[in-house]
Design a protein around this ligand. Structure first.
Ligand code: NAP
Ligand code: MG
Length: 404
């Protein structure tokens, strides 16, 4: 059988630890036999980020702008321990933060649902997609420790040199301050990405902030969403039979727990970070959460929502077999290949992506799964397999589908 050709390269961002191991295996076992992979490769592994002074991360984001689609492996966000472990020149910023800042998009996260694994919340029947604003707030903040006796102020110097100044706090004892920002333009594209995605999926859109407490900052988000909805989307939503619903974040959390699912929940950057892990875990496993960054100009970057699975990697280094779930990383590849196919009119590539997903879900639903799912699954015939065996099991089923 001739391999599927790709006319345009896909931007490939390699990563760290256990997910880097899975990355290579996915390519070898499930992709290379069927697709003549045409990728522009960027090594975002921590060693190479350090060697290139993190230029490789910027280059990979620029390449994504050029080609329109990227697939990314999980990467280490350095902290003090990692600086020591990898003997880093600097505590480099989160690669995801850097990429999101360059692409200025919105991250949509949805769980992969499979038979035999029911959400911890029995009310949830359909996926809940979290749309996470991918720019600003605490991820682009500046912070200071403040000594006793200091006065902290917020000062804005306008283009004409005039200033606006408010006191944050008069510190009698030591403390901390934080300066955050966001940009109307970014909030507007966040809103438009969410409204468009809701129309695409024909699902309701929820949005929540804490505008009663944050009367300027969060209120700006609320107002921008409301203005764009009224002027650009209201009629389209009515026609599609879906709704836009705004509420306070704490009310939203309560409603989400009681809901059936089947909607998109738009969250500010930090809320989305926290809520997507909560939703992923409640749906079964973090390893079953897919993630895609969509920019306002229609650029897509696919990845898994989980991290580099460090604890499994250390076991792997000791020569032990791990049972690490590759589903979310696999779906990042299938999502990226399908999107590449859509943009290039490459039907064969799109069909391959569908079959890859089908084969992997079929594998789990036939009872073959990694340890994380084994503990959750209610299937009577379930078996737990190691990371690599799981991929070979998927390939058995994929080969059958591909031969059709
Ligand atoms: P993690 O890699 O998401 O893993 C946390 C735990 O969740 C694991 O120890 C494992 O539990 C379970 N888990 C996650 N993914 C799994 C999978 N595919 N299969 C089976 N179990 C899975 O988070 P972390 O250990 O806190 O972070 C490790 C590194 O990842 C950090 O350096 C962090 O900076 C980075 N990170 C990167 C991204 C990204 O690039 N998008 C996102 C988050 C974190 P058990 O050990 O109990 O089996
Ligand atoms: Mg997170």
């Amino acid at each position: 059988m001739a391999k599927i050709q790709m006319n345009t390269p896909l931007v490939e961002m390699d990563g760290d630890e256990m997910t880097r191991i899975l990355w290579k295996e996915i390519k070898e076992i499930l992709l290379a036999p069927y697709v003549d992979l045409n990728t522009e490769y960027y090594d975002l592994g921590l060693e190479n980020r350090d060697a290139t002074n993190d230029q490789v991360t910027v280059d990979s984001a620029e390449a994504t702008k050029k080609y329109g689609v990227a697939v990314k492996c999980a990467t280490i966000t350095p902290n003090a321990a990692r600086v020591k472990e990898y003997n880093l020149k600097k505590m480099w910023k989160s690669p995801n933060g850097t990429i999101r800042a360059i692409l200025d998009g919105t991250v949509f996260r949805s769980p992969i649902l499979v038979k035999g694994i029911s959400p911890f919340l029995s009310t949830w029947k359909k996926p809940i997609t979290i749309a996470r604003h991918a720019y600003g707030d605490v991820y682009r903040d500046v912070e200071m420790q403040v000594p006793a006796g200091a006065k902290a102020e917020l000062v804005v110097t306008r283009a004409d040199g005039t200033q606006e100044r408010v006191t944050i706090h008069d510190f009698e004892t030591p403390g901390v301050i934080q300066g955050m920002h966001n940009i109307d333009k970014s909030i507007e594209s966040f809103a438009r990405s969410c409204f468009n995605y809701a129309l695409d999926k024909k699902e309701d859109l929820w949005f929540a902030t804490k505008d009663t407490i944050s009367k300027k900052y969060d209120h700006r988000f609320k107002d921008i969403f409301a203005e764009i909805f009224e002027s650009e989307y209201k009629e389209k939503f009515e026609k599609a039979g879906i709704s836009y619903f705004y509420t306070l974040i704490d009310d939203a959390v309560a409603r989400v727990v009681r809901s059936e699912g089947g909607y998109i929940w738009a969250c500010k950057n930090y809320d989305g970070d926290v809520m997507s892990d909560m939703v992923a875990t409640a749906f079964g496993s973090l390893a079953m959460m897919t993630s895609v960054l969509v920019s306002p100009d229609g650029i897509y970057e696919y990845e898994a929502a989980h991290g580099t699975v460090q604890r499994h990697y250390y076991r792997h280094l000791k020569g032990e077999k791990t049972s690490t779930n590759s589903m979310a990383t696999l779906f990042a590849w299938s999502g990226a290949l399908r999107k590449r196919g859509e943009l290039d009119g490459n039907e064969a590539l799109m069909a391959f992506a569908d079959k890859l997903e089908k084969a992997s879900i079929q594998t789990i639903e036939e009872g073959v799964m990694t340890g994380d799912l084994y503990t959750l699954s209610t299937l009577p015939n379930k078996v737990s397999v190691d990371s690599e065996t799981f991929l070979h099991e998927i390939n058995k089923r994929l080969a059958v589908l591909m031969a059709d």
